[in-house]
Design a binder for this molecule. Structure first.
Ligand code: 6GU
Length: 224
């Protein structure tokens, strides 16, 4: 899979992809992540990529030309199954969207900044709009990092068996059960007996009932 990320602040995106599971996925050549700096596609020698909005009002808007130039160049090189704009007014990102996107060959993530991007880029190029929650971030970069992480860990071969995504929270619309490691007792709190019993069927049943209990308690909205 190849992910191209277009941004006015690509330095915000360097660290998240150079550690842990995403780094390992890149090292194993299971994903390529390419960052594109909008300034490299600027209109003029001053590096202009944004301008005042028509009609007046506070905040700059990312201009059409630099974004279009960058996307057109990528489209000349390969096909993309989606060109995704990260924006607070997009569809709320969830695990099922991550599952779907992890099956893509190539995707483009476009990060908004300031007041956003010229509407015509959305009309002409964007195939999906994603938000990561009901709050406003300064730009789409942190959202792009989150979406990328959620997708990359689902690519077959990225996680080992022992960390399989199949047991994650949300993978079956339920929250994950509690987990414990050594010691068996900490500050008077004991690990539930069933986990020490070695009885796999009972352990599975306990985990399922804990998942259901926690989901009912914390996220009843997941139990349609
Ligand atoms: Cl994708 N972008 C911005 N700027 N703010 C957000 C968001 C995205 N998702 C939630 N808030």
């Amino acid at each position: 899979m190849r992910i191209d990320i277009i941004s006015a602040q690509p330095n915000l995106l360097e660290s998240p992809f150079n550690h842990s599971i995403v780094k390992r996925a890149k090292d194993k050549k299971l994903v390529e992540i390419h960052l594109h700096h909008l300034k490299d596609y600027a209109l003029n020698q001053y590096g202009q990529i944004d301008d005042y909005q028509y009609g007046g009002g506070a905040g700059m808007v990312l201009m059409c030309e630099p974004i279009a130039k960058c996307i057109d160049q990528l489209l000349e090189e390969r096909n993309y199954s989606d060109i995704i704009y990260l924006t607070p007014d997009g569809a709320l990102f969830n695990q099922s969207m991550a599952n779907q996107l992890s099956l893509s060959e190539n995707i483009i993530l476009l990060c908004g900044h300031y007041k956003g991007i010229d509407q015509r880029i959305r009309d002409l190029y964007i195939t999906k709009e994603i938000s990561i929650g009901s709050y406003v971030l300064s730009g789409g970069e942190l959202a792009a990092a989150i979406v990328t992480d959620a997708i990359v860990r689902l690519i077959p071969g990225v996680l080992g068996n022992e960390e399989s995504a199949l047991t994650d929270s949300f993978q079956d619309e339920l929250l994950a059960p509690p987990v414990y490691t050594r010691p068996a007792e900490f500050k008077g709190l004991k690990v539930p007996d069933v986990l020490l019993s070695g009885h796999f069927k009972n352990i599975e049943e306990w985990r399922m009932s804990e998942s259901e209990r926690l989901t009912k308690e914390k996220r009843p909205d997941l139990l349609k």
